[in-house]
Ligand binder design. Structure first.
Ligand code: SAM
Length: 240
């Protein structure tokens, strides 16, 4: 079955953009996933096709109107009742690999892209929308965030990545960062590929990779180590 993405945006021409290339582009051509980009302005009713207005309470910038977005969202919810409706916003649920896996396992996603100062909050109260953030920084629009989310999902769809197992050992899948990679040449600028990886001994290689994954995560992302420990303590297999 095709994994279908519907994007609500003021810039439909930004899609598929980079997702028209490489793995995602090939998968799009093969029908593994499909894309529909909907122009939000088509749901405006005035002659200027306005989608935004000044913020209640004053302040800089403009806010996307709930009435216009409400019509756009209702159209998508009617046509795609099966797909979760997400809205990209820095105020949303953090996008994690576990969340990406959840989305990739479903029928697809409908994604609302914000612009300006963001979206009138009443839309989130009145419609079943999941706010999603791709990180603790502010982009100028939701389109790049939606492309990021889509890329993370698409590479997990069956038939997209070369080897079926690639992806399973990657960063965040086990709660840790992945171990580092090396390739030929065996020596470069006086630095050699670690002896363990050249040993041909699978158990030794696996042990080295596990130790490096833990060590690098401890150094670079101690927050993940704390969470990993908590998860292990809570799972029956992690109780030792
Ligand atoms: N005023 C908003 C705030 O401070 O939370 C930021 C608005 S931002 C300039 C415009 C749009 O970019 C947002 O409505 C959202 O769609 C998108 N955006 C920006 N940063 C994002 C992030 N970290 N994750 C997801 N979407 C983001």
């Amino acid at each position: 079955m095709t994994w279908s993405a519907t994007i609500l945006t003021l810039y439909p021409e930004m899609f598929p953009g980079p997702l028209g290339h490489s793995l995602a582009g090939r998968a799009l051509g093969e029908g593994i996933w499909s894309l529909e980009a909907v122009q939000i302005r088509d749901f405006a009713t005035d002659k200027h096709r306005s989608v935004d207005d000044t913020p209640a309470g004053g302040g800089a910038g403009m806010v996307m109107r709930a009435d216009v977005l409400g019509r756009a969202v209702d159209d998508v919810l009617t046509r795609r009742p099966d797909a979760p409706l997400l809205a990209m916003t820095p105020r949303g649920r953090p996008l994690t690999q576990a969340f990406v896996r959840e989305l990739a396992a479903g029928p697809g996603a409908s994604i609302l892209c914000g612009r300006f100062e963001g979206i009138d909050e009443r839309l989130f109260e009145a419609r079943p929308i999941v706010p999603v953030s791709i990180g603790d920084y502010v982009l100028s629009g939701g389109e790049m965030a939606a492309l990021t989310l889509l890329d993370a999902c698409i590479r997990l769809l069956p038939g997209v990545m070369g080897a079926p197992l690639s992806g399973e050992e990657e960063s965040f899948e086990s709660g840790l960062l992945e171990y580092p990679h090396y390739t030929r040449p065996q020596e470069w600028e006086g630095r050699t590929v670690p002896e363990e990886l050249r040993s041909g001994n699978h158990a030794k290689i696996a042990a080295w990779r596990k130790a490096r994954a833990i060590e690098d995560t401890r150094l670079r992302r101690p927050d993940l180590i704390a969470r990993h420990g908590d998860a292990r303590r809570q799972s029956p297999s992690g109780a030792q």
